[in-house]
Design a protein around this ligand. Structure first.
Ligand code: 8GP
Length: 841
């Protein structure tokens, strides 16, 4: 391609292509130029918002050059690419990350200071990109960071929601949802108006035999909506690789634009059609670990899958390779079942459009896809009703039935005597109406299925997907324990800790190879080091205390033990266990003598997290936390000994403030319910200790950092079934201390008891599905142990340092390398520019 352009033209381009900045002066020049020309502002009306814009635009220019080169390099290399399909990318802010990844944060900091701005204030002007709910979406964001940092040729594909996850406000203790319009002043996306795909919905299937006797199947009529690509650059850390995240935006197809309506005066209805098309990518569904079966959600899924596949196929076809090579060029990873229709769509493209036979096509499909499962909760497993799919995607339903038929025939041949098996594993659930089980379709259409932590990967093999292990054998199922990017979750969120670590290890190389942290173990007895370690934690707590004051008006003492539980609100995550524990502590303090109170370690219980707008019980838990806070925080008997805080609107940028400030964080799900958890890793990496159940990645964290460094409690996953059984048959006595907590709530201490009766009732009278009462006693005892341990700060800090030193395994770089090896069969693309050493600040 390059040589097809005449030498003199190439010379002219090279001469004028921008070089970007790499010094303070050149940075300032670029930022000021953008403020004065791109934004039409000046010295006299440049506020922090405008300063942010100028800096973002300057860094964006820098990224674009590497981004263009990366895309060219990947095209020329013509090797296999990874496509990560996710309906959620919880990216958070981009500027700080961009500055650190290109190694020019110090340059920007000094440059801004001279221009009259503090870099921290400027960074805070940015609105979070919050295109996700929780763990699943943030994992996708960490994976993008790792794939770019490791130089993999990888693309993310998602939807460009106009509204991300709602903003949460708290009014009178209740959650209120505010729309999150985030696209104003967003400098990190590039509309590609020339990259569009027309997506079809509804219509009917026409089958006929052509003049050569060939069966032709065509999907006709219906409605067309256009997908427009918006590209977001994803910079790697300390490398010149900048990958691409492509988000699709929906708009009315220009072919559909109804001039007849305009001319006949039906202006309003013509506009309504436009709005209907735009509604597809308008809003992120705000459910975490819960599916709701709405038609618009299915439309989103197909719209995004079809646009992405079209793009991938178009890129493949440029290489002029035969179809059988497709899986050598393309690996598609399905982030949960949301993109499962991509399997059906690729089969449709191959047989209906490209004219391949069924078996050849299916062979290509299954070699291309891998499926990651993120939950075993039944309410989160996707099913779509057959009539809905029939209506929206008539040809896809036929193909799904055909996939199922081939599959069931194969099962019948292998297990001729097991009639029940066919009904159990069928993609079609024989309910009223019939439902398509998306997870089964995803398994059948993929060559590998993985869970996200060891326990979870074992559980899917022995419970929800047990029959499929019999059918395909165990090798199709594998584990890739989740990880987090240390760039954002250590270096960016906790710069002082990162710097201290670098000073001991001699460089920032640990950010690329996190196992190097183990050298910190050599410093656990270094007095000076321990003091600095403690000071940094304290400074982070001061910063959080300031945030708490600004956000809630509650004053907390940074010397108290900060006990944090921040994550989506869900009964299985058991924030109710935590707040019942807080009430128990409150009652204990009230009953203490003044002398006893003096011996108690002061504590701040910090909560944060959003509830799905339709999840009543989760909202009730938020309400209770706030009401308990109102009482406890104003009780003179209690003073500083206990404060209860609910931080509103937990999101990625708040996590960056909260996580480095925790002494203890809570990961207390009912054993067997939290697939992995990833905030557990973030907290430990920032020197916090954890209280947790033997669930998800807690188990592997414990294995790595040592049992003596984790506060474990509660029942084991293997006992859950029996315990539930006991509740069901009334063989269970609720712990008397928990009864006291319930009585306090019922007495109206925290306001109208009726508001909490369903919450208490679910545990006391309705089977206690999440086994709160079974774990309550052990939870409280473990909290007491935490109080005792915290009193010995020397020991506490040693635990903290040792834990950080042993966290190397939990980098998302390790995850991505595992996916690359065991699922994608892909190697990184070497980057020459990497040799140009990048400053790492
Ligand atoms: C989450 C899991 O709950 C969490 O344990 C895990 O760390 C995270 O995924 C990343 O693997 N799962 C979901 O958010 C989830 O399943 N969401 C909806 C698809 C139902």
């Amino acid at each position: 391609v390059e040589s097809s352009i005449p030498e003199h033209m190439r010379e002219a381009w090279k001469k004028f292509s921008p070089t970007g900045f790499n010094s303070k002066e050149t940075f300032q020049k670029e930022a000021v130029r953008h403020i004065e020309t791109t934004l039409a502002r000046s010295l006299y009306n440049c506020d922090e918002g405008a300063a942010y814009s100028g800096v973002a635009l300057a860094f964006r220019d820098r990224l674009i050059m590497d981004w263009n080169k990366t895309q060219q390099r990947q095209t020329f290399a013509d090797q296999k690419r990874i496509y990560y399909l996710s309906l959620e990318f919880l990216m958070g802010r981009a500027l700080d990350n961009a500055m650190l990844n290109v190694g020019l944060k110090t340059v920007a900091k000094d440059g801004l200071a001279e221009l009259g701005f503090r870099i921290e204030d400027v960074i805070q002007q940015e609105h979070d990109a919050a295109l996700g709910n929780g763990g699943l979406g943030r994992l996708a964001a960490c994976f993008l960071d790792s794939m770019a940092s490791l130089n993999y040729a990888a693309w993310g594909y998602g939807l460009r929601y106009r509204y991300g996850i709602f903003k949460q406000e708290i009014e009178n203790g209740y959650q209120v949802e505010i729309p999150d319009y985030w696209l104003d002043s967003n400098y990190w996306e590039f509309p590609r108006y020339d990259v569009t795909v027309d997506i079809q919905f509804y219509g009917w299937v026409n089958k006929y035999t052509d003049e050569n006797g060939k069966q032709i199947v065509s999907w006709q009529d219906g409605e067309i909506v256009t997908a427009v690509a918006y590209d977001v650059p994803i910079p790697g850390y300390g490398t010149a690789t900048v990958n691409n995240l492509r988000l699709w935006n929906s708009k009315a197809s220009s072919g559909e634009f109804d001039f007849a309506k305009f001319n006949s005066g039906e202006y309003e209805s013509a506009v309504a059609d436009e709005q209907r098309a735009e509604s597809i990518s308008a809003v992120l569904y705000p459910n975490d670990n819960m599916e709701r079966g709405k038609e618009l959600r299915l439309k989103q899924q197909y719209f995004w899958c079809a646009a992405s596949l079209h793009d991938i196929v178009r890129r493949f076809k440029k290489s002029k390779r035969p179809w059988k090579d497709f899986p050598d060029q393309v690996a598609i990873q399905l982030n949960d079942t949301h993109p499962t229709l991509a399997i059906v769509e690729l089969q449709r493209i191959l047989i209906d459009i490209e004219g391949l036979g069924w078996d050849d096509a299916w062979d290509i499909v299954t070699k291309t896809f891998g499926y990651t499962n993120h939950t075993v909760l039944p309410e989160a497993l996707e099913k779509w009703s057959v009539p809905l799919i029939q209506h929206l995607l008539p040809r896809h339903l036929e193909i799904i039935y055909e996939i199922n038929l081939h599959f069931l025939q194969q099962v019948e041949r292998r297990f001729p005597k097991d009639r029940d098996m066919l009904g159990r594993v069928s993609v079609v659930e024989e309910s009223q109406p019939k439902m398509i089980r998306m997870a089964y379709l995803a398994i059948i259409g993929s060559h590998k299925v993985n869970g996200v932590a060891e326990l979870h990967s074992d559980l899917i093999k022995t419970t929800i997907f047990k029959d499929f292990v019999k059918i395909y054998g165990p090798d199709k199922f594998t584990n890739v324990t989740n990880g987090i990017t240390p760039r954002r979750w250590l270096h960016q969120a906790n710069p002082r800790l990162s710097e201290l670590i670098a000073s001991k290890l001699g460089s920032y190389e640990f950010l690329k190879d996190l196992t190097l942290l183990n050298k910190l173990e050599g410093f656990v007895d270094d007095k000076e080091f321990k003091k600095e370690w403690q000071e940094i934690k304290y400074a982070n707590k001061v910063r959080l205390a300031q945030h708490i004051m600004a956000a809630t008006g509650i004053s907390v003492n940074p010397k108290a033990l900060f006990d944090v539980q921040v994550k989506r609100m869900h009964e299985y995550k058991r924030q109710q266990l935590n707040i019942f524990g807080v009430i128990h502590r409150y009652l204990a303090i009230k009953a203490m003598s003044a002398d006893e109170r003096k011996k108690l370690a002061p504590r701040v219980s910090i909560f944060g997290g959003k509830a799905a707008p339709g999840y009543w019980m989760a909202k009730t838990i938020i309400h209770l936390i706030n009401k308990v806070g109102d009482v406890v925080n104003n009780d003179k008997d209690v003073g500083d000994l206990l404060k209860v805080v609910f931080i509103p609107d937990y999101n990625v940028s708040k996590a960056e403030i909260i996580i480095p400030a925790s002494d203890i964080s809570e990961h207390i799900s009912t054993a067997g319910t939290e697939a992995s958890g990833t905030s557990n890793m973030k907290f430990v990496l920032n020197g916090g200790l954890v209280i947790g159940t033997l669930d998800g990645a807690n188990i592997e964290i414990t294995r790595e950092i040592g049992e003596q460094n984790v506060f474990l409690f509660g029942n084991l996953s293997e006992d859950v079934e029996d315990l539930r059984h006991n509740h069901f048959y009334g063989n269970h006595q609720i712990d008397p201390e928990l009864v006291k907590v319930f009585d306090t709530i019922k007495s109206g201490t925290f306001g109208d008891a009726g508001a909490f009766s369903s919450l208490v009732g679910a545990i006391a009278d309705h089977g206690d599905y999440y086994l709160v009462s079974d774990d309550f006693n052990s939870y409280c005892k473990t909290q007491d142990l935490i109080d005792e341990t915290y009193k010995n700060q020397e020991e506490w800090i040693s635990k903290s340092i040792t834990s950080v030193a042993r966290m190397g395994f939990f980098t998302s770089d390790r995850c991505i390398n595992e996916y690359a090896d065991s699922i994608w069969n892909i190697e990184p693309l070497q980057v020459k520019e990497e040799a140009e050493v990048r400053a790492r600040t």
